[in-house]
Design a protein around this ligand. Structure first.
Ligand code: PLP
Length: 396
């Protein structure tokens, strides 16, 4: 049967290479999985008070279609949270609860992108940012994150890439896949450029709490009148990946996004609502104890340093210490052994069972790199990295 052409542009390297690994696993190969940014899958399970609130919601039959825009109490809490982050005022009308940030990206692109419109995205970038733009007939245009400048963007390049078809500039900070944090100067410069062209900034802040050096900078806190569409959620900080919950928050001091907000509300109504019991869990997440976050960050810091030090000892690898998120994005020197990063990642997987994601899966600017998560427990990290380093030592 015929499949609509728009799906031809869909690619998701993270899941695609995982499918190869699953096949090997089915045949009995031991896999060392460093591929997925999924805290609960690596033992950082959902905190008990959140699970208890979800269980309570289910047992009290909070299992119906709730408000399409989200549980009113949760929207209030998110508005309060974002107001504190940005030192600005958000009301619950500025908040839409979504089935993860993923759905937020889909909604925003649906509202912004006409055929041939352009969205500026970081390169390398989390893949759905380009896939959804293409899905709606638009063109994702990558601005480079420069590995020699700790993966910072270059505002001059961004300015040059703007055309009369540019509809928004995307910021992901802390960044997936590079682990970079945009400097305050660069964030401010990007906001100014968006302001000059009367377009919004989209700021993906899902890794807001995963900061190892310096502190998180809220994009909206730097913007007076430039609209900022914030994507954030519960997957990473509250370890709720499978529960599928996130939100869009609009920082829009001059009401420039009113039409867009209404259009997105309509889309939200079509899909009825986000997971209702999970929203009760999110209320518990925002109002309950937060100590699991600091504990997780200090554990991840040890894992980051261990991984990075070991990778740096491998002559064919160059690794920057991530400042945020939970990814390393090292560069590979092929030395004639592989043609490209995909061939490298598949060879590594087939020979050692170590599963990483090839850098070009994050766009053209990701080539010659690979992405590795440092979420696995230390013994798994040690076992996986031992294999990775002898794989490099062995040669062909
Ligand atoms: C930058 C970024 N945005 C969004 C997501 C997806 O988040 P969610 O689980 O809320 O859909 C991810 C997941 O890895 C991500 O890295």
């Amino acid at each position: 049967m015929r499949v609509a052409r728009r799906l031809e542009s869909f690619e998701y390297a993270i899941r695609e290479i995982k499918a190869v690994a699953s096949e090997l696993e089915r045949k009995g190969k031991r896999i060392y999985n460093f591929s997925i940014g999924d805290p609960p899958a690596y033992g950082f399970t959902t905190p008990e008070h959140i699970k208890a609130a979800i269980k309570k919601a289910i047992s009290e039959d909070y299992n119906f279609y709730i408000d399409s825009l989200g549980d009113p109490e949760l929207r209030e809490l998110v508005a309060k949270k974002e107001s504190q982050k940005a030192k600005s005022t958000f009301t619950s009308d500025d908040v839409l609860i979504t089935s993860g940030v993923s759905e937020g990206i889909f909604f925003a692109d649906a509202a912004l992108v006409e055929p041939n419109d352009e969205i500026l995205i970081p390169g390398p970038s989390y893949p759905p940012f380009s896939s959804y733009v293409k899905f709606f007939g638009g063109r994702p245009v990558e601005y480079a994150l420069d590995s020699s400048q700790e993966w910072q963007p270059d505002p001059d390049e961004i300015r040059k890439l703007i055309t009369n078809r540019t509809r928004a500039i995307v910021i992901i900070s802390p960044n997936n896949p590079t682990g970079a944090m945009y400097s305050k100067k660069n964030l401010q410069a990007i906001i100014n450029i968006a302001g000059e062209h009367d377009i919004p900034v989209i700021s993906d802040e899902i890794y807001e709490k995963f900061v190892y050096e310096g502190s998180f900078i809220s994009t909206a806190s730097l913007s007076k009148d430039v609209p900022v569409i914030i994507f954030c959620g519960f997957s990473k900080t509250y370890r709720m990946t499978g529960l599928r919950l996130g939100y869009i928050a609009y920082h829009d001091q001059e009401g420039k996004l009113e039409e867009m907000k209404e259009a997105i509300k309509k889309m939200a109504r079509i899909r009825l609502c986000a997971n209702a019991p999970a929203q009760k869990g999110a209320i518990a997440a925002l109002t309950g104890p937060q100590d699991h976050i600091d504990k997780m960050i200090s554990e991840l810091l040890v894992r980051r340093d261990y991984c990075c030090d070991l990778l740096e000892d491998i002559p064919q690898i160059q690794c920057h210490k991530s400042k945020g998120a939970f990814y390393l994005f090292p560069k590979i020197k092929y030395q004639g052994r592989w043609k490209n990063d995909k061939e490298f990642a598949l060879d590594l997987l087939n020979k050692t069972g170590v599963l990483v994601v090839y850098g070009s899966g994050f766009g053209e600017h990701g080539k010659d790199h690979f992405r590795m998560v440092f979420l696995p427990p230390m013994d798994e990290i040690k076992a996986g990295l031992e294999r990775l380093s002898s794989f490099f030592k062995q040669g062909k």
